[in-house]
Design a protein around this ligand. Structure first.
Ligand code: PSV
Ligand code: MN
Ligand code: MN
Length: 391
């Protein structure tokens, strides 16, 4: 049986990165429901992220999105990093944005026009400059590139352009920096997508070299896809750079992770835990990529962090010795039962106990609610405009 002290130590050491855009307004294609008290600046987003970390103890990193988190001045990003540090935070992945500009109607790095490609690559290079200033080590790339109609553009030509752009960005990375390439099976393009699946991302990353790895956004697969297989495969190859955690029912729903299918999240975390993905040396980034549009932002991020913790705790409780014995013996039912026993364990008491040992409140959502902060920011943060999905 797993040693509970070791399980607790692994949980205490887990780091979950929260997205700056998860704190701002967002909506659907139909409507953005603005909320009172959402941050007006990147600095205020960090204030909110600091709350999530204060109540959970495991969320010290924050992903930024450029240009949504653009700050002015030559030392603006260094100042943002310093602001984060003062609040016990660190700046995490820098997410590029080559999808919210008229020039990108037919794509960005895969666009048929070299001038548009140049603009897109320059933006990616600017993101690396920002990483230099913030100390971030991860450049996270998601491309909205693709086509809507058969014949619209040359599929192979677009792959060549993608490879060329990635190679230029890769060459610009510092020794401690890496490039994380996200895939997504469709949307906004509907006929072809230039990085539609893990295989395409993996193939590009393999060619680029060791500083290029794949990001698995849990919302970016066709229904029924076995995501934990992808995770296990990439870990085995040393190519799993990280996760964008969220939940989906139908498309790229960006809901709180673990809400639609907690069993899937457990299966993913089982592969992660079993294959060394929780070891710091593997450098797997556990990021959230969520947009909360009908629920309050900060408690929703806290809930997601807790959901990842619960899935991780269950994964750590899998009796690997018993599992291997059953697998070796070809005992299908016993092997499955080992996993189900872990999944069906209520790990909430364990996590509550761990938080109390760390001087935290046992229920972070309730503690945040009782802090009265939500009412305070709703009263204080008036005016201003925020950039992002909700802009
Ligand atoms: C769009 O699908 C998306 O959700 C991608 O997953 C990115 O990671 C995120 O937006 C931010 O650009
Ligand atoms: Mn994502
Ligand atoms: Mn997405």
């Amino acid at each position: 049986m797993p040693d509970i002290a070791a399980v607790k130590a692994a949980l205490a050491g887990q780091r979950i990165e929260t997205p700056s855009w998860g704190y701002g307004n967002s909506g659907t294609r139909f409507k953005v429901f603005a909320q009172a008290g959402v941050p007006r600046t990147p600095f205020e987003k960090l204030d909110d992220a600091a709350q999530v970390h204060a109540f959970t103890g495991v969320a010290p990193k924050v992903s930024l999105h450029i240009p949504w988190d653009r700050v002015e001045g030559s030392d603006g990003y260094a100042a943002l990093a310093a602001y984060a540090k003062e609040r016990g935070l660190e700046l995490g992945a820098i997410n590029s944005n080559t999808f919210q500009d008229d020039d990108y109607k037919l794509g960005s790095v895969c666009h048929p026009d070299a001038k548009v490609r140049r603009k897109a690559v320059d933006h990616l290079l600017e993101c690396v400059d920002i990483m230099d200033a913030t100390g971030s080590t991860d450049l996270k790339l998601w491309f909205a590139d693709g086509t809507n109609y058969p014949g619209q553009d040359d599929v192979v030509g677009r792959q060549d352009r993608l490879a060329e752009a990635l190679a230029e960005v890769y060459a610009r990375l510092g020794d401690e920096q890496r490039l994380l390439l996200e895939y997504k099976f469709f949307e906004p393009a509907f006929y072809t997508t230039d990085v539609p699946d893990w295989g395409t991302s993996y193939a590009h990353c393999l060619k680029l070299g060791p500083k290029a790895q794949v990001v698995v956004d849990t919302g970016h697969h066709a229904p029924g896809t076995n995501i934990e297989f992808i995770v296990a495969f990439l870990l085995r190859e040393g190519k799993l750079g990280g996760f964008d955690f969220n939940s989906r029912f139908y498309a790229d729903d960006d809901l709180m992770v673990g809400s639609a299918d907690p069993f899937q999240l457990f299966r993913i975390m089982h592969e992660v835990a079993k294959n060394g993905g929780l070891d710091a040396t593997m450098n797997v980034a556990f990021m959230l990529d969520q947009c909360h549009n009908i629920e309050a932002k900060i408690p929703a991020v806290i809930r997601s962090v807790m959901n990842v913790q619960e899935a991780t705790a269950k994964a750590l409780l899998v009796d690997l010795d018993a599992l291997r014995d059953a697998q070796r013996a070809g005992d299908v039912l016993a092997a499955n039962a080992v996993l189900m026993d872990a999944y069906n364990t209520d790990v909430r008491p364990l996590l509550r106990e761990l938080r109390q040992e760390q001087g935290l409140a046992p229920d972070p959502v309730a503690a945040y609610r009782d802090s009265g902060r939500q009412e305070r920011i709703a009263a204080e943060r008036v005016g201003g405009e925020q950039a992002g999905w909700g802009a």
